[in-house]
Design a protein around this ligand. Structure first.
Ligand SMILES: NC(=O)c1ccc[n+]([C@@H]2O[C@H](COP(=O)([O-])OP(=O)(O)OC[C@H]3O[C@@H](n4cnc5c(N)ncnc54)[C@H](OP(=O)(O)O)[C@@H]3O)[C@@H](O)[C@H]2O)c1
Length: 308
């Protein structure tokens, strides 16, 4: 957890208790930040390690945290994606319990996939969602359920999440990254530290009466993926093959990968940054990649050869 990240964030008022449902990649980072700020925080996973202090929550097994564990939760963050049906897993299994809590803020991590394809145009929270993928349609249904839940909900729409341990460095180093170029295609993205810091920022905004129901959290610079990969290779001083044309690469792609390439949009963060006054830690992938490399090296996530 970078010290600069902790230093720029503010703790919550005394007596606050944050519950993070789903301590996966993003949930763990938000929990670490809260912990560093001395905020009381509880987290859940489906199969927590015994003795880790993480609570067990698995909606599919109907295993839910005890009422006593959730008692006094004032701030909630759900990172749990939709299940296969059209009901949000958290609201379905914990909804009535959440309704009993003294909640001041309830964040729901969603996806900018609900905007669909804009042909590369900018899209903001005021644009009507036009999901094209089945998973995005289910996501939009979950968003609606959260908004209708009666809880103090804020929907946080995220593009591709990257960060230490979820960056291109290991693949570049292993030599198994094959960049693809589709002219005009860009992807929006966000560094996980900006999600964590923005969550804290939004909790404070909400406490002072600024609580838009939906907020995009993304960086300032949508960009082609091959440029990010090239930059990662340059930072490592590694070779990378020339980008292949999408038309040639498409046949080798999984259906999931093709579905990502089928949508092209630039997601605006004006509401978060201009209206709500959040300043991005990593305004673009170049800044974010430097942080990832630094932390991956510190944590020994790259081999010695990659560090030379
Ligand atoms: N990855 C991206 O680029 C991206 C982009 C846009 C939006 N999002 C969305 O943003 C959210 C956070 O993303 P992430 O990448 O941090 O996700 P992640 O690492 O996959 O974490 C998801 C968490 O949800 C928990 N979970 C999943 N199904 C559950 C269930 N049925 N019952 C209880 N817990 C369940 C997982 O439990 P375990 O820890 O036990 O696995 C995990 O802790 C997700 O909703 C994701 O779909 C992701």
């Amino acid at each position: 957890m970078p010290e600069s990240l902790v230093n720029r964030c503010h703790a919550l008022p005394a007596g606050s208790k944050l519950c993070i449902l789903g301590a996966g990649f993003t949930g763990r980072r938000v929990a670490s930040l809260a912990d560093a700020l001395k905020i009381r925080v509880i987290t859940t996973r489906r199969n927590p390690e015994p003795g880790s202090g993480t609570l067990q929550f698995d909606s599919t097994q109907k295993i839910v945290p005890m009422e006593a564990d959730l008692k006094g939760v004032t701030h909630l963050l759900s990172t749990i994606p939709p299940g296969p049906d059209e009901t949000d897993p958290v609201l379905q299994s914990l909804g009535p319990q959440l309704g009993q809590l003294p909640l001041r803020w309830a964040g729901y991590l969603s996806t900018t996939g609900i905007y669909g394809d804009t042909g590369g145009d900018w899209v903001s929270e005021t644009d009507a969602p036009q999901p094209t993928q089945e998973r995005s349609r289910r996501r939009l249904i979950c968003e609606q359920q959260w908004l209708n839940s009666g809880l103090p909900v804020q929907i946080l729409r995220l593009p591709g999440i990257y960060g230490p341990g979820r960056s291109p460095f290991a693949a570049v180093k292993a030599g198994n990254l094959r960049p693809v170029n589709k002219p005009g295609q860009v992807f929006s993205r966000v560094h996980v530290d900006d999600i964590a810091a923005a969550c804290l920022h939004l909790m404070h905004c909400s406490a002072s009466g600024q609580h838009p129901p939906v907020v995009n959290i993304c960086d300032h610079e949508p960009a082609p993926s091959h440029l990010l990969q090239r930059h990662a290779a340059d930072l490592l001083n590694c070779d990378l093959p020339e980008a292949r044309d999408y038309a040639a690469a498409e046949a080798d792609m999984s259906a999931m990968a093709r579905s990502f390439w089928a949508e092209n949009r630039r997601v605006s963060n004006d509401l978060l940054c201009k209206t709500l006054g959040y300043s991005m830690i990593h305004p673009n992938y170049r800044s974010g990649l430097v942080q990832c490399l630094e932390e991956e090296r510190l944590r020994g996530m790259l081999t010695q050869a990659a560090q030379d």
